[in-house]
Design a protein around this ligand. Structure first.
Ligand code: CXF
Ligand code: ZN
Length: 371
């Protein structure tokens, strides 16, 4: 048992409460990590609000980064003292994992959202009773976390000077947007892309679209400040959704656009986006939508122009190679997401969440107290 402090989430109406907990002994393929920083993602808030099937109370947080303290006997991914970033967990044995597509792991739920390890054992105890843990294989709103070696990536030596609060958010939102462009849609040089929604995922998609050489790169959002940031990160055009964005895109790209990437999950936005596609155009959809929503797409336009509509999870990331690639792009100044981050002390977790929900901060990152 290891003593730690963790932010317990009890639902929408209760503040996160930082309380003492105990972490279980490690299994052979696990690591214990002293968390240095953890990004806050909208999925944490969706769980808090009961929109996803994760039982509360639980320790959330799935963009953790820290220093390995102890490893189980079978761990080869990192050793004590290594700096690591964490991402989602996966089983390693299903057809998706076999195809290096672990975001579509057949056993995603037991490995990420069941509140326990996949074998049913708890990783976190509070006052002697199990509390929801192993969230995305980590539960990193805490001073310490247990992770599995499949969801830990060692920070490359070339990034030794980068602070862990910079690296933490790479394990979810940033990887999702960048992966959607570079891995899922495989955006080609010289073709237009439209990105709906300029949050972390949309901004990462814009930076990646620039890496891929898409042109033009069109950002659409409802907030002018976000559109200004999108331009700084690579958007060649930025249109406010309240101000005739669809017509402006049609004027700018009369032959249609090669790619549409939706991060809003709003049915009408997705349907408008579909109408923008050029022949062989690809639309990637990643936004959280109303579970009751059904899309309606014109069948003749769909088939007749050879369009692809693609649901995307986690940017099809295979985390060890892809997070390393993103860190290298960041070091080369080609994935300059640092302006999206604002750090908060762990004790200020509720303030950090409020800054995210008000839209003031794109990517809040919690910084844990040093031991
Ligand atoms: C997840 C969804 C499942 C794959 C990894 C990323 N999104 C979290 O916010
Ligand atoms: Zn996330």
């Amino acid at each position: 048992m290891t003593h730690a402090h963790a932010a317990i989430c009890r639902g929408h109406d209760a503040p996160f409460a930082i309380e003492p907990v105990e972490l279980a002994a490690l299994q052979p393929d696990e690591l214990r990590i002293r968390i240095v920083a953890c990004g806050i993602c909208h999925t944490d808030l969706a769980v808090r609000d009961g929109q996803l099937p994760v039982e509360l109370p639980a320790v959330l947080g799935h963009e953790g980064a820290g220093i390995v303290e102890e490893v189980g006997s079978a761990v080869t991914a990192a050793k004590p003292g290594d700096r690591v970033v964490m991402s989602f967990n996966s089983c390693g044995e299903c057809p998706s994992c076999d195809a290096d597509a672990p975001t579509y792991c057949y056993n995603f739920f037991p490995h990420n959202w069941s509140g326990r390890r996949a074998d049913g054992s708890p990783t976190i105890m509070r006052e002697g009773e199990p509390v929801g843990g192993n969230f995305f294989g980590q539960s990193s709103f805490a001073t310490h976390a247990i992770a599995h070696q499949r969801n830990v990536v060692r920070v490359p030596d070339a990034a030794a000077d980068l602070p862990l609060e910079r690296l933490a958010p790479i394990g979810c939102g940033l990887m999702t947007g960048a992966g959607a462009v570079l891995r899922s849609m495989k955006v080609r040089e010289g073709l237009p892309i439209v990105v709906f929604g300029a949050g972390t995922v949309g901004m990462a998609a814009i930076m990646a679209a620039k890496v891929a050489g898409a042109d033009p790169i069109i950002a659409v959002d409802m907030h002018d400040s976000r559109l200004a940031t999108a331009r700084e990160l690579g958007a060649t055009h930025a249109f406010n959704a309240k101000d005739g964005a669809i017509d402006k895109i049609k004027q700018l790209c009369p032959r249609g656009v090669g790619y549409v990437f939706d991060t809003t999950g709003v049915k009408s936005v997705i349907e408008d986006g579909f109408d923008l596609l050029a022949p062989k155009g690809v639309m990637g959809i990643v936004g959280a939508s109303d579970p009751a929503d059904m899309l309606s797409l014109n069948e003749a336009a769909f088939m007749g122009s050879g369009r692809t509509v693609m649901g995307i999870l986690g940017g099809d990331s295979d985390i060890a190679p892809f997070l390393t690639e993103l860190i290298e792009l960041h070091l080369a100044g080609r994935f300059p997401y640092e302006t999206l981050i604002e750090t908060f002390d762990f004790a200020d977790i509720d303030k950090a969440i409020e800054a995210s929900e008000s839209g003031r901060v794109v990517k809040p990152v919690l910084v844990m107290p040093a031991d």
